[in-house]
Design a binder for this molecule. Structure first.
Ligand SMILES: [Mn+2]
Length: 470
């Protein structure tokens, strides 16, 4: 191995690939001398930086990789340019080699195979755990163990867990617990298929084991994240027993100081989760009440109703009893996104009778993402923050498959929600949940499950940030 690090220039119009290459090159102890997103800039950067190796995408706007390589070779006939392309196409590869490329790497390789390919082009000796591209031997022997390693990167292969994380039910073994809470009887309406959502989100999440572009890392590489499976709820049809079982389940996580990110289930799940992880007896908050950030089309604080179709701790009660039972501090909490016409023609006040600050969807439309972030940061401060996201806060265009849809009155767009999450980076987020998805209405393209999965990924990112900052 050489003592001076190799100097590398990278050029690709896909930010995800740039980020991936950076991580790989860093692990190979290279010096990144430039990065750009089209061939024209690559030519200019090459002229000034004179890298040892240039990694170049083929299809890019304005000046393509093939055009750029021609110009770079005019500058330096000894230039080493390796093409990086998603196209699994030997014709394109040969065209690049004819123009003078020194090599060709496919984007679709698994991380280890890609790192090995980069190392070969860098002429660097590395310890390779497993080069999966050579996993099935050339003699044609089918080695099942090696083949499994080779295909385990694909989202459609194997048993579905959240983001292909390890399935391990013991909360002691992780920092962030991904939990399914298959529960429908807390809504008590006819929309009962919310218990199918944990499985639906697992099913689509395999493709999203990715890096977080804003935070600049892969959450899975930073902290221990496992799929704990589902909360077992044998009294599924009796909400008020189920919520007791959920509280007992999440107390195990609290005892292990493991932060949960859960997929419901209807909104009745948030009550028992916060009773377990926030308040005087809680480890995770150190005995403090939680600040609540509650995205929803509805306030869910109906303490004027003795029961909701028989459930006293329903999807409509939790935001009230968490305050009266001292698990949530309403004066540090915000409810966002309430909309639609109400039973009586009285608009919601900015401060609710429980003490929550309410930013209705109309107010959110007026003040926008940035001022909403400011309002949250100012109100929550450094209190332990729990985020609950009822998908009905979203516009039905982004989330059709939810219970209690509020049609007509445009809701928050999913990307605005993500931008709000990004604005909370570094806050002490102790956990989160996403609720009220109904997979049986999610046709034809699973878009509600997909958006739930992306929101879950973002919430995992926020909790990872909080743990890194500790
Ligand atoms: Mn709700």
């Amino acid at each position: 191995m050489e003592s001076t690090p190799k100097r590398v220039l990278i050029c690709d119009d896909d930010p995800m690939i740039l980020a991936l290459l950076k991580v790989q090159l860093e692990s190979l102890s290279c010096e990144l001398v430039g990065e750009c997103v089209n061939g024209g800039d690559a030519i200019k950067l090459y002229a000034t930086a004179k890298p040892d190796l240039t990694l170049m995408d083929i299809s890019m706007p304005d000046v393509s990789g093939i055009e750029a390589i021609v110009e770079i070779l005019k500058i330096d006939s000894a230039a080493k340019v390796v093409m990086i392309s998603a196209l699994n196409d030997t014709v394109v590869a040969e065209a690049c080699m004819q123009k003078g490329a020194t090599g060709y790497i496919q984007k679709g390789l698994g991380p280890e195979a890609m790192r090995a390919a980069l190392a070969r082009h860098l002429e660097t000796t590395i310890e390779i755990k497993q080069d999966s591209s050579e996993s099935v031997s050339s003699e044609g022997v089918y080695d099942i163990e090696k083949a499994e390693q080779q295909v385990s990167q694909w989202y459609w292969h194997g048993i579905a867990t959240y983001f292909r994380c390890k399935w391990d039910a013991d909360p002691e073994n992780c920092d962030i617990a991904l939990v399914g809470v298959p529960h429908s009887s807390g809504n008590g309406s006819t929309e009962r298929d919310q218990h199918l959502a944990p499985r639906a989100v697992r099913n689509v999440s395999g493709a999203y084991r990715r890096a977080h572009m804003k935070y600049g890392y892969r959450p899975w590489d930073e902290v221990r994240i496992n799929d704990l499976g589902d909360v077992p709820l044998p009294h599924a049809m009796v909400n008020d027993i189920c919520v007791q079982h959920m509280e007992t389940y999440f107390k195990r996580l609290d005892a292990a100081n493991t932060r949960p990110v859960s997929i419901g289930g209807d909104h009745a799940i948030t009550g028992p989760i916060l009773k377990a992880i926030a308040g005087a007896d809680a480890t995770i908050t150190g005995g403090a009440k939680a600040a609540l950030l509650h995205f929803d089309a509805h306030t869910d604080d109906y303490d004027h109703l003795p029961h909701w179709l028989g459930s006293e701790r329903s999807a409509g009660h939790w935001a009230a009893y968490l305050v009266s039972e001292n698990h949530v501090d309403p004066h540090k909490s915000i409810q966002i996104g309430m909309r639609g016409n109400r039973p009586k023609p009285k608009p919601l006040d900015k401060i609710s009778p429980r003490g929550y600050r309410i930013i209705t969807n109309d107010e959110f439309d007026e003040i926008g993402v940035e001022r909403t972030i400011e309002a949250i940061r100012e109100r929550v401060g450094d209190a332990p923050l729990y985020i609950t996201f009822d998908l009905d806060v979203l516009d039905p265009a982004d989330a059709q498959a939810v219970s209690n849809l509020e049609a007509g009155y445009a809701g928050m767009r999913v990307y605005d929600a993500i931008k709000i999450f990004h604005g909370l980076q570094g806050m002490n987020v102790i956990g989160a949940d996403i609720v009220c998805m109904i997979p049986t209405k999610d046709s034809p393209n699973n878009i509600t499950a997909m958006n739930s999965m992306v929101l879950m990924f973002e919430l995992i990112g926020l909790v990872t940030e909080a743990i890194r900052k500790k």
